[in-house]
Design a protein around this ligand. Structure first.
Ligand SMILES: [Zn+2]
Length: 452
């Protein structure tokens, strides 16, 4: 029932003791409610739900948390609500009656058929028309949504308050006690992007950055063995990007299953471990057909993506056996082409917000667009900013595959009490650090135990 909380912090299981919940309203209907001010939840709630996100403020579940002896009673299932947000199940109730671009098969097919032949100015106009009004979308929050992360914090805080616990040990999010984590990824869309890979690796390296390259295995361009080896020889990572990148991956279950099989074969053939779908399309309920280790197709807030929604977290999370590394910043394409913004202001703002929550900062930049000097100039500014930030704050700059390995190891670790202190046991536990959550007034704060 609160497994999500235990997993998020890797808490000792006995620490939060007796908790019960009776979420089902008479009809068992899912809807929107809040947990404390402005923390939007989606799921079943005994104290009531709204059909629309804008009505969620009428139902604050935190007011219905009761203490009965040693048991804390909740009006909803914490793990259910968290999963509904991460897996974007709340989307079912958003904007009913409005067909999104991505769901309209004919429009999408036409767009994909003719995209290559449309002048850029027309393409841009079509896209801007589609994205008009994105700023008014009430949920998830722009430019980064932390609902899932704040819900964990608020829930732990409430449990500590109700049970009179002052200090709770947890396994810190990142290795060696790093305050946050950064990954750079590049999706290779066309042959010109492929041919620019070498230069981009040099550019990244000059700022101390190593990236992962997601490469389309079928139809778009050739992927010679030397190309794969070249990426790896430079210490970068090679991943699979969609199959043919035609925007149809999740359209029909049957076709999807055939394609998933081919994707699994490509992943094996290239010895890769990561995947990203074309255009950030996704259907997390179908991920059990995949055999790669981690996915990077879920945006934190997807207002500027053809498939709207967002997983509302800046932390990795498991979808069955697959680890999801969410995209937590705006893509270069959206920034330049949709927002017409050639500065790094939005990126800096997102980075500041994510660092405050100790989260994963993840980027997608496309070699295809960085060929143009105007876009590349902005990207170089970003690289400079990232390089300084990593150095100054001892941020963990990692390849996505390293984050995947770390998060899996952390997920196997356990906090064990040895007399009056705690120890971490499990694979690679020497890299892990204990942190403590404490209450500072009505705030939850973390203190990481360092080596000294
Ligand atoms: Zn792509």
């Amino acid at each position: 029932m609160i497994q999500a909380l235990l997993d998020y912090y890797r808490l000792p299981a006995n620490l939060v003791g007796g908790i019960s919940s009776t979420p089902g309203s008479a009809s068992g209907v899912s809807g929107f409610f809040q947990f404390g001010a402005k923390n939007i939840c989606y799921g079943r709630n005994r104290s009531g739900v709204a059909v629309d996100v804008r009505g969620s403020g009428q139902f604050d579940a935190s007011k219905d948390v009761r203490r009965d002896g040693t048991t804390i009673q909740l009006p909803f299932e914490f793990t259910e609500v968290i999963e509904n947000l991460r897996r974007e199940r709340y989307r079912r109730n958003m904007n009913p009656g409005r067909t999104p671009f991505a769901a309209n098969a004919l429009v999408r097919r036409l767009y994909y058929l003719f995209r290559e032949y449309l002048p850029i100015s027309v393409r841009r106009q079509l896209q801007r028309a589609y994205f008009r009004g994105w700023k008014e979308l009430p949920f998830p929050a722009w430019p980064v949504d932390f609902t899932v992360d704040i819900l964990h914090q608020e829930f732990l805080r409430l449990l500590m308050e109700k049970s009179g616990t002052k200090k709770v040990p947890l396994i810190w999010f990142w290795p060696e006690g790093a305050p946050s984590c950064l990954i750079m990824t590049h999706d290779v869309e066309t042959r010109s992007g492929r041919d620019f890979t070498s230069k981009l690796m040099e550019l990244d390296a000059s700022h101390g950055i190593k990236a992962s390259y997601q490469v389309v295995p079928e139809e778009r361009y050739k992927v010679p063995d030397e190309y794969v080896q070249h990426i790896r020889a430079r210490g970068c990572e090679f991943n699979v990007h969609d199959l043919s990148h035609d925007g149809e991956l999740y359209q029909k279950r049957e076709i999807f299953l055939q394609r998933a099989k081919k994707i699994n074969e490509c992943v094996k053939k290239f010895g890769a471990r990561g995947f990203r779908a074309g255009v950030m399309y996704r259907n997390l309920d179908w991920y059990d057909a995949y055999e790669f280790s981690y996915d990077m197709s879920v945006p934190n807030v997807a207002h500027l993506e053809p498939q709207r929604g967002g997983c509302c977290t800046v932390m990795p999370f498991f979808v069955g056996k697959i680890l999801e590394l969410p995209l937590t910043t705006t893509q270069d394409y959206s920034l330049f082409q949709i927002l017409n913004d050639y500065s790094i202001d939005l990126w800096k703002k997102q980075l500041d917000l994510i660092r405050k929550k100790n989260g994963l900062m993840s980027f997608i930049a496309h070699p295809d667009y960085l060929v143009a000097s105007k876009a590349r100039g902005v990207y170089e500014l970003l690289l400079g900013h990232l390089g300084q930030m990593v150095e100054r704050e001892k941020i963990w700059m990692a390849l996505p595959g390293e984050v995947d390995q770390w998060w899996r190891a952390r997920n196997e670790m356990k906090l064990v009490q040895k007399g009056s202190h705690w120890e971490i046991e499990g694979p690679h536990c020497d890299r892990a650090r204990i942190a403590y959550a404490t209450l500072d007034g009505d705030r939850l704060v973390y203190m990481v135990e360092n080596d000294s």
